[in-house]
Ligand binder design. Structure first.
Ligand code: SAH
Ligand code: SF4
Length: 408
């Protein structure tokens, strides 16, 4: 539903946490339960003198049954729900405020986080890029065989949800529309995980039957919001029930974040926005390269204990005339070989945006680049641009309201 009311900007407290809008006629700010882990939920109940197992019940209601209102949580007695509300708690899951659908089936959402919105993208058939998911099981083939078109799972086979980690971004890559916003604020764990659960809810996804991959490649730099990002990942793994190998996080090369990530016991797969064949070009399009150059990023990636068959993805944005020439492909081949990592390359044709002075590569130059890398024995994919007409493609997320809005 289009949210046409122009509200004031969010109240941002020290950790970027915004209590919800109290709404007309009330003065009390409510605090969201969504985003808390089972330990924190349990503590709420034990502090109220209630039984600890209520925490588990509440976690299941929030993350498995996808309750959006305390009234729906019938595993808790009415009196207990009333008590939670009286204490200022609400479900508080971010909701889809506006939806845009592309001709290719991609949907872009403005998800309400506090008083601001953030962007999330649903790609019902993935993006054709690198094999981001763990394909070792056959879940998708079980899909809705017995229920035909009545199944809520009909209409997608390997959906991918692209998730934002910050509102805006501070990294300032010259080719990226999100960069134009600057960093507005970090998202909380509930706001990051809430994008996923809201989209799963919208499409009635059953995770035991439908294969869903997550890519943390929306707005923002996840490794500059590391703690909240990893807290969200842990909720999505432990409570929502999405396996870590079905998730990929992309970073522009924030070395301290990569080093921390390497130490996580359970973690998504990693993609690095390489985007250039050498440091000179990279520095000119990604100022972050002055702080951490390609060698420093690769050194950090080498500290990761890769899982069996796991590979790091090098994303490579192809800018016409700047990074898409045959000599650039030669440099990329040498660079990937020298990196000595289990790796694959994901080529992304640059998606245009207003006020950004680059050129898209021709489809011939993308195909030729891919062939050059493949001939050198490097696993290379081309990411299909999804939802360009609704500004949902890579690097186009900037809360623009162009495109065909749908009722949410
Ligand atoms: N901030 C993180 C993740 C979000 S960007 C990062 O930069 O890795 C996800 C991917 O989109 C990155 O690889 C980025 O280089 C790419 N990208 C950004 N702007 C783009 C554009 N206009 N066209 C194509 N890809 C773009
Ligand atoms: Fe930020 Fe990624 Fe865009 Fe660079 S490409 S400005 S890191 S969102």
């Amino acid at each position: 539903m289009t949210d046409s009311v122009h509200k004031p900007e969010a109240l941002v407290t020290l950790d970027g946490y915004a209590p919800s809008d109290p709404g007309a006629g009330t003065s009390m700010a409510m605090f969201p339960l969504f985003g808390l882990d089972v330990a924190a939920l349990t503590e709420i109940f034990t502090n109220l003198g209630e039984k600890a197992y209520r925490g588990r019940q509440l976690a299941d209601a929030l993350y498995k049954q996808r309750a959006t209102d305390l009234d729906q949580i019938t595993t808790l007695p009415q009196a207990l729900r009333d008590r939670l509300a009286a204490e200022g708690w609400e479900v508080g899951r971010p909701h889809i405020a506006e939806a845009f659908r592309s001709v290719d089936g991609t949907e872009r959402y403005l998800v309400q986080t506090g008083l601001q919105t953030v962007e999330t993208v649903w790609m019902p058939e993935g993006d054709g890029g690198a094999e981001y998911s763990d394909d070792s099981d056959e879940e998708s083939t079980k899909e809705s065989a017995s229920e035909g078109s009545r199944s809520p799972s009909a209409g997608f086979r390997r959906a991918t949800i692209c998730v934002s980690s910050q509102i805006g971004c501070a990294v300032n890559c010259q080719f990226c529309l999100t960069a134009k916003l600057g960093l507005q604020r970090n998202l909380t764990p509930g706001e990051i995980a809430g994008q996923v659960v809201s989209v799963l809810d919208r499409h009635k996804v059953e995770l035991n039957r439908n294969r869903v991959n997550l890519v943390f490649m929306g707005m923002g730099e996840p490794f500059l919001n590391y703690d909240n990002f990893m807290a969200a990942v842990n909720l999505l793994i432990d409570e929502v029930g999405i396996a870590a190998p079905r998730m990929t996080v992309s970073t522009s090369g924030i070395v301290p974040g990569i080093l921390r990530f390497a130490k996580e016991k359970v973690r998504p797969k990693l993609a690095i926005s390489l985007n250039a064949p050498n440091d000179d070009v990279r520095e000119s399009i990604m100022p972050v390269n002055r702080k951490w150059n390609i060698a420093a990023v690769l050194d950090a990636v080498r500290t990761i204990p890769f899982r069996n068959r796991e590979k790091v993805t090098f994303e490579y944005v192809m800018l016409g005339g700047v990074t898409d020439q045959p000599e650039h492909a030669e440099e990329v081949i040498r660079l990937v070989r020298r990196a000595n990592l289990p790796a694959m390359v994901n080529l992304i044709a640059w998606n245009p945006g207003p006020g950004i002075a680059f050129n898209s590569p021709t489809s011939e130059s993308v195909a030729a680049f891919q062939q050059q890398l493949l001939a050198a024995g490097i696993q290379t994919y081309v990411r299909r641009p999804r939802g360009r007409d609704i500004y949902a493609a890579c690097g186009q997320l900037k809360r623009t309201t162009e495109g065909a809005a749908l009722a949410s």
